[in-house]
Design a protein around this ligand. Structure first.
Ligand SMILES: Cc1cc2nc3c(=O)[nH]c(=O)nc-3n(C[C@H](O)[C@H](O)[C@H](O)COP(=O)(O)OP(=O)(O)OC[C@H]3O[C@@H](n4cnc5c(N)ncnc54)[C@H](O)[C@@H]3O)c2cc1C
Length: 452
């Protein structure tokens, strides 16, 4: 059996290639986990409508590509551990090929199954990173503590990144019958309608087209100058949704970038795309190394932040109703499109932990639900970093929101476009009718100001 996870492509999929090389009969499957649609311990769903739509488009694309080769993608609406256990028990399936996932839950799933069925053999391969595990110039335990130290060790190995592989020519056949818990891949009609047209279309084909389009328009030569913009589609690459689901591999992007530089010349901007891919790379290995600590309140440190959970503040942040117009605009953009620029993400995360004093994990969980490009390692790693419990020796990162707004939205166009001012509330928290005991500032409350 080949279990697809976040490697939803045929080209440059070393794990799939390995399975096809060793197994003349292969069943290809994907599990839509019902857990994704239920509230988690932070009260959020793990996958909102926009990412689900992107995922379904991606699955449709994968299935069509396989159909051309006489193969099919079997989709299940069930947790993978259930499906795999059933296949093992009922049909004696004993070899599961899959990609190695940076997520802790996914790792635990494989371990639990192995413990339960010792003769079940998982053949796992990295497909989500630039470098293979063996090509890293350090052991996983020796992963540098900061991105800068990591970059110094790895940046010069750009030429050593393995070449992406083309899609295999043949895909074998399945020898398993249809199973009762199989489900059709949800089609457009069955998905919740969106308020505005989606920014991204899922699938390997759309990902390849986007990569080609981005580079052919020469945006890469200006990336460093534009990447901090809060809006404008081409200000940054927008590779992230396809990278997150594995429709594109980072090696394919690097190869295309190398070819671009050969043709048009390398400059600081084109180099900076590689630099950002290294950030992504760092967080992938960081997640592999730290496992469950990626989700811990104190992160990878021994310090608990001085923050808590205030449901009203959290709700206002989610709905874009904080006292900070720039934050409201960013949250409205996120809620509307499922995407937020890197600058926007930094600002809203900084506001979340510093201005609102909220437990960073609730913010990360909200991003997990809303982002189309949600990636477990990039999301939780970046949140930890900003909350001062991650890969940053300097601790908490606080952005001056007024200064940031005047730098990145000098004429207020972004804030106006995303309605940042309309719902800006003056106070962080509601004041109750008696305004007791802290509100001492107004005439009507003069009396209370004299209270002990
Ligand atoms: C709080 C917070 C949460 C984030 N959550 C996610 C997430 O769930 N998924 C995700 O892909 N990125 C996440 N990022 C990183 C970054 O914001 C996005 O990758 C980027 O905005 C995606 O747009 P782009 O593809 O145009 O990026 P570009 O600026 O064009 O960068 C090119 C690629 O480099 C990688 N990259 C860039 N910056 C980072 C970074 N800081 N960390 C890791 N990879 C990076 C991405 O793969 C991106 O596609 C998060 C950042 C913050 C501050």
């Amino acid at each position: 059996v080949y279990l697809f996870t976040n490697d939803l492509r045929l080209s440059d999929n070393e794990s799939l290639r390995k399975a096809l090389t060793h197994e003349p009969q292969l069943t290809l499957l994907f599990c839509i986990n019902p857990r994704w649609h239920r509230a988690n311990r932070f009260g959020r769903r793990m996958m909102g409508e926009k990412r689900y739509r992107f995922l379904c488009e991606t699955l449709q694309c994968l299935r069509s590509r396989l159909n051309v080769h006489g193969q099919t993608l079997r989709c299940f609406y069930a947790p993978p551990e259930q499906v795999l256990a059933r296949l093992h028990v009922a049909y004696d399936v004993s070899r599961i090929y899959t990609s190695i996932n940076a997520g802790y839950d996914e790792k635990i799933m494989a371990k639990r199954l192995r413990d339960q069925y010792p003769d079940l053999n998982f053949i796992e391969t990295h497909t989500h990173t630039l470098f293979a595990n063996d090509d890293l110039p350090f052991s996983l335990n020796g992963l540098p503590k900061t991105f800068s130290a990591f970059r110094k060790k790895i940046e010069h190995l750009r030429e050593a990144v393995r070449s992406p592989q083309p899609a295999p020519p043949a895909y074998g056949q399945s020898d398993l019958p249809e199973l009762e818990c199989q489900t059709p891949i949800p089609a457009e009609e069955s998905l919740t309608a969106l308020d505005s047209p989606p920014l991204f279309t899922g699938g390997e084909q759309a990902g390849q087209q986007h990569l080609h389009h981005y580079l052919s328009q020469r945006h890469a030569s200006f990336y460093k100058e534009t990447r901090n913009a809060l809006d404008d589609f081409h200000s940054s690459t927008k590779f992230s949704p396809w990278l997150a689901q594995g429709c594109l591999s980072p090696r394919q992007i690097l190869k295309a970038l190398n070819a671009y530089e050969l043709e048009h010349g390398a400059n600081e901007s084109s180099y900076w795309i590689y630099f950002e891919l290294l950030w992504r790379e760092y967080f992938q290995w960081y997640s592999h190394k730290h496992g469950a600590k990626l989700f811990a309140f104190s992160g990878i440190t021994e310090r608990k932040p001085l923050t808590s959970f205030y449901d009203e503040r959290f709700k206002r942040w989610c709905l874009g109703r904080t006292p900070f117009p720039i934050i409201n605009a960013c949250m409205n953009q996120l809620n509307n499109t499922g995407y937020l620029s890197n600058r926007g993400r930094q600002l809203v995360a900084s506001c979340f932990v510093n201005e609102l004093a909220l437990d960073w994990r609730y913010g990360a969980a909200y991003f997990e639900e809303q982002l189309i490009d949600y990636d477990v390692a990039a999301n939780w790693g970046n949140w930890q970093y900003l909350a001062g419990v991650g890969a940053d020796q300097r601790g908490l990162r606080r952005f001056n929101l007024e200064k940031q707004a005047s730098t990145y939205d000098p004429d207020g166009a972004f804030t106006r476009k995303w309605n940042g001012t309309a719902n800006a509330e003056q106070n962080l928290d509601s004041i109750d009718a008696a305004s007791w005991p802290l509100d001492v500032g107004t005439d009507t409350n003069k009396q209370s100001s004299t209270r002990p």
